[in-house]
Ligand binder design. Structure first.
Ligand SMILES: O=P(O)(O)OC[C@H]1O[C@](O)(CO)[C@@H](O)[C@@H]1O
Length: 397
């Protein structure tokens, strides 16, 4: 079992400025000012919400563009939680003037309010992103990825592991929120990783507990599950804990319902994919694979601020894999770091070995070799940071 790391904040975290949404022409500003209104339109088009919900969506559109952040309604079960998570400091300020991570996360919470997700009534518990998530599972691309597993099954275990790890990594490009904006520049071929510590990660699969903090459902969650199946069935890990979101978030982020949909998709498949699905189903029923939906998974805060119960959970894992861009921002801190800031320094607080598997979709990045950064900037200015065209595997033991 790893020893808990020193929880003191390393200097790198404290020194780098927190990313805000107020800089004209910046990526965060485009998310708040362009992607969020586009998302409201998309959700509105996907459901026949009645006049009350339509009015609530109008109000959110207006408030998020020109209003100030307001507390949750008095009856909301998590009202106090959001106050503690920073609301008491941020309420009354423009959406653009608070940390980008905070306002972007709060937008999703408010969107669920607008569609009546939390209140008794016809729309309670209806995931506004579900149609998009389900459509993803049904594409020819998703089918082709499953069929390709038959060929992969013939290969040696080490090759399979490498392929499944890369499948889980690049699966992170499948992000429905990201596709709403200018994200992706049309050159979506797998480029060399900007940091590749895949081998170090694989050396941590030594028969213990894996925590995988999931990101998107659909075409990202399926490869995540396939990787977990490979690790469990090859006894590379004894137990896996899959962390998902307790409610719909950042459009396609995986919830328990999405895990079930992904498992159903797999078990309905033929060949190696179907066999994997059935093994995963059994692993869930016998407890080797558990699903967790901790409230902090939807917190607008970095993991450095995680509560003690979650800290203990990660401390008990032999390795924790953080999937995706949002988890990366939360893992290292959503700050303007120099790209060469050591990953180990920004994650020193984390209570055990931790790895990031992420395609780059926002400004934050650490742990780059200076030559890599120079080459990336020469090639595409700063677009490599946000275009989803580049990816990394980083590990801190
Ligand atoms: O699904 P992922 O990989 O966490 O990506 C989420 C990212 O997409 C964005 O929401 C932009 O659409 C970023 O601000 C965010 O970090």
């Amino acid at each position: 079992m790893p020893e808990p790391a020193d929880s003191a904040e390393p200097p790198a975290r404290a020194d780098a400025p927190v990313i805000l949404g107020d800089v004209p022409g910046s990526f965060p500003r485009s998310v708040l000012a362009e992607r969020h209104p586009a998302l409201i339109r998309k959700v509105r088009d996907a459901f026949p919400y009645g006049p009350d919900r339509q009015r609530a969506l109008d109000a959110l559109l207006k408030n998020s563009a020109e209003g100030v952040l307001e507390p949750l309604d008095a009856g909301a079960a998590d009202r106090e939680r959001w106050e503690v998570w920073g609301g008491s400091e941020h309420f009354g300020r423009s959406w653009f003037d608070v940390p980008f991570l905070w306002s972007e996360s709060y937008f999703y919470r408010r969107l669920l309010d607008a569609v009546g997700y939390f209140v008794p009534g016809p729309w309670q518990g209806v995931d506004p992103f579900r149609p998009f998530k389900l459509a993803e599972l049904d594409t020819p691309e998703a089918e082709a990825e499953l069929v390709a597993l038959d060929e992969l099954a013939e290969r040696p275990a080490a090759d399979r592991e490498e392929a499944l790890l890369l499948g889980s990594l690049w699966g992170n490009r499948a992000d429905l929120g990201f596709r709403l904006g200018a994200g992706g520049d049309g050159t979506a071929t797998d480029s060399p990783l900007v940091v590749d510590e895949g081998e170090a990660l694989r050396s941590l699969f030594a028969g213990g507990t894996l925590c995988l903090v999931a990101d998107n459902s659909g075409r990202e969650l399926i490869p995540d599950l396939l990787l977990i199946d490979h690790l469990l069935s090859g006894r590379r890990v004894e137990r896996a804990v899959l962390h998902v979101k307790p409610y719909p978030y950042y459009v396609s982020d995986a919830t328990t319902a999405d895990v079930v949909d992904a498992l159903r998709r797999l078990t309905a498949a033929t060949g190696a994919a179907g066999a994997s699905g059935h093994r995963l189903w059994s692993a869930m029923t016998d407890g080797r694979l558990t699903v967790r939906a901790h409230p902090f998974s939807c917190a607008p805060l970095p993991y450095a601020d995680m509560p003690d119960d979650l800290r203990r959970e990660f401390a008990g894992a032999d390795v924790t894999i953080m999937k995706g861009d949002l988890n990366y921002r939360r893992l290292v801190g959503d700050r303007h770091y120099p790209a060469t800031t050591p990953f180990a320094g920004t994650t020193a607080y984390f209570p055990g070995p931790v790895a990031a598997l992420r395609t780059l979709k926002s400004d934050v990045v650490v742990g780059l070799d200076p030559r890599t950064e120079t080459a990336l900037v020469a090639d595409r200015d700063q677009r490599w940071r946000t275009g989803g065209t580049h990816a990394l595997i980083q590990v801190r033991r």
